[in-house]
Ligand binder design. Sequence first.
Ligand code: UFG
Length: 330
Amino acid sequence: MARFLVTGGAGYVGSHLVRALVARGDDVVVLDNLRQGHRAAVPSTVEFVEAELADRARVAAVFANWKFEAVFHFAALSLVGESMREPLRYCAENGANSLWLAEAAVQAGVRKFVFSSTAALFGFPKSVPIAEDAELAPASAYGTSKLIVEQGLHWADQVHGLRSACLRYFNAAGADPSGEIGEDHEPETHLIPLCIGAALGTRPPLTVFGTDYATPDGTCIRDYVHVNDLAAAHLAVLPLLEERSLRYNLGNGAGYSVKQVIESVERISGRKVPHSFGPRRPGDPAALVASSETLRRETGWQPRFAALDDIVRTAWAWHEAHPRGYDDRA
Ligand code: UFG
């Protein structure tokens, strides 16, 4: 049994990792400012510290209080569109919060750091599926803010021996099959919850952003990866971190178009997804699909929810039971 620090553990992906750690019998400390996260997403048995990462004294006190086997760092600003209105805030907050957190880990003698990175590192990729060694060329300040951290972590390894795994998430989706935790963002910008909200009538009709992409049906293609498969990958990399730092793409390896997602939600829910067709959203690449071959080969990880319908089924169950998200649990 080990103890882990999970920043952003009350958020969407972080809360699913916390659940996986608790199921393994590990001790967990969650640090979250609850601006996007939800207290109800974290089991009451888990130590919970409500704090800003920017509060370095609080963070140092957490490291002084508990000894951690590894840090899982999820907490971040994560809206690509917002990052293009406030690029300096994104680079400064995501960069500084993460790098000072890594510094605190080093000072406390922690040797392993797992970082939530992003497919946005690749910008507009030259070829798809995107290989793990493809050129890094972020097309948004959000992507740059994550690249800054990856680069800092490289030097933390070289100089301090802090081993890091940077997991470049593609499109996180779905919910834990228990139906107890799931996606609840405000504002919500992601395709699957917006489709489901439109079908339920809790959100307005969906606008499909662009129908003239160079894809088979003209809409954008993305690689949707189940949030529990993301969590499992965080656990799969831990043993390898004994040896060296790691950089992996984290996706299913299968691409689905916006129209296919709408069809899947209609199939699973038995309802129509009211939608209209609008212009492209600036900054959207036509297709983002991961090659996660290196991750699979080196860790044995493979997605348990490989089919889009299986992912959508878990998301539908969560949203149907909690149409207003965690507020329904109050
Ligand atoms: N889409 C619509 N209508 C909407 C919302 C989305 O058509 O109302 C489309 C988008 O244009 C895109 C697809 O649905 O083609 C998926 O969009 P999301 O906003 O759900 O996800 P993104 O692919 O834009 O973003 C994801 C992550 C980001 C990450 C990025 C990497 O959410 O954190 O991939 O490029 F940075």
